[in-house]
Design a protein around this ligand. Structure first.
Ligand SMILES: C[S@@+](CC[C@H](N)C(=O)[O-])C[C@H]1O[C@@H](n2cnc3c(N)ncnc32)[C@H](O)[C@@H]1O
Length: 269
């Protein structure tokens, strides 16, 4: 066994990170082993990084099985719209969707009002955002794929998305290694994902934008930090977005919401 095998197994064995995709733990661990003076420091730094990019947003995973049972009953009784109260409740437990809730309806009404009928979606570093499906006016039987680092979350989302009437190939993994799309999708969603991915790899934003095979991209940035500070964040991220799209022949709409700065990009008409 190599040091990297040991580190990956040790981190994966901890309660907090047991559901994180092994390839993601390995990729963080490899970097930390090369940077730190000792194995112990590398394990600690790997845990810190996992907290920073994932654990910090979700204090405790919900009871996914119980929720799925409640959700199936709700759909049977009242269709997909009847899922909204449970979904709102769940979204409030993840820091990123929590702050989106006050603008959720406005955001998706505005965005889908600007788009043609959407038949396929790829939600990148999705967190709990797929739980907003009952607010998204997608085409009937649309495909909705999502990816995040958590295995328990993505297994749950796979079932949830199918329950909403969509086809899905939702999976746990590192978006920086995932092939993302073999086939073009109508819409790729990257909500508040770029700053998070760039904490691991500074080039993540630009590389992702090149690799995503989609007609439209829904990209957003937070306007407050997780700690609630907001000084200049919106302007900084807007400048960053401009750098990312500079020299790309794309058009975009800027949409500002109280808790999120959103760009709807069109790659090809
Ligand atoms: C700021 S949250 C955004 C969540 C969601 N997009 C939203 O806006 O509601 C960042 C999410 O990215 C996920 N994540 C971080 N690094 C990732 C990676 N390399 N591959 C896949 N998901 C990642 C985290 O687990 C977390 O759910």
């Amino acid at each position: 066994m190599s040091e990297l095998d040991d580190l990956s197994a040790e981190v994966k064995a901890s309660v907090k990170y047991r559901h994180v995709a092994p390839d993601f733990i390995r990729s963080i661990g490899a970097v930390e082993l090369s940077r730190r003076n000792s194995y112990k420091e590398a394990v600690k730094a790997t845990r810190n990084k996992l907290h920073q990019v994932g654990g910090a947003y979700l204090e405790k995973p919900p009871r996914y099985e119980t929720l799925l049972t409640e959700m199936r009953a709700a759909v049977q009784a009242g269709g997909v719209a009847a899922l909204r109260p449970i979904c709102s409740q769940m979204m409030s437990s993840h820091a990123s969707t929590h702050e989106r809730l006050p603008v959720l309806e406005q955001l998706y009404t505005t965005v889908f009002g600007l788009l043609p009928r959407i038949h396929s979606v790829l939600d990148i570093a999705c967190g709990f955002n797929p739980l907003a499906l009952p607010w998204m006016p997608l085409a009937t039987h649309a495909a909705y794929d999502a990816i995040d680092i958590y295995e328990d979350l993505t297994s749950f989302l796979q079932e949830f998305i199918v329950l909403c009437g969509c086809a899905s190939h939702t999976r746990a993994g590192n978006v920086l290694n995932d092939p993302l799309t073999e086939h073009k999708v109508d819409l790729a969603i990257l909500l508040k994902a770029i700053p998070c991915l760039e904490q691991v790899d500074k080039r993540a934003g630009t590389q992702l934008l090149d690799r995503i095979n989609a007609d439209h991209l829904l990209i957003s940035f937070p306007v407050h930090s997780l700690g609630g500070r907001s000084k200049g964040m919106s302007a900084t991220y807007e400048t960053h977005f401009m750098e990312l799209v500079r020299e790309r022949p794309w058009t975009y709409e800027r949409l500002e919401f109280a808790t999120e700065l959103v760009f709807l990009v069109t790659k090809s008409a």
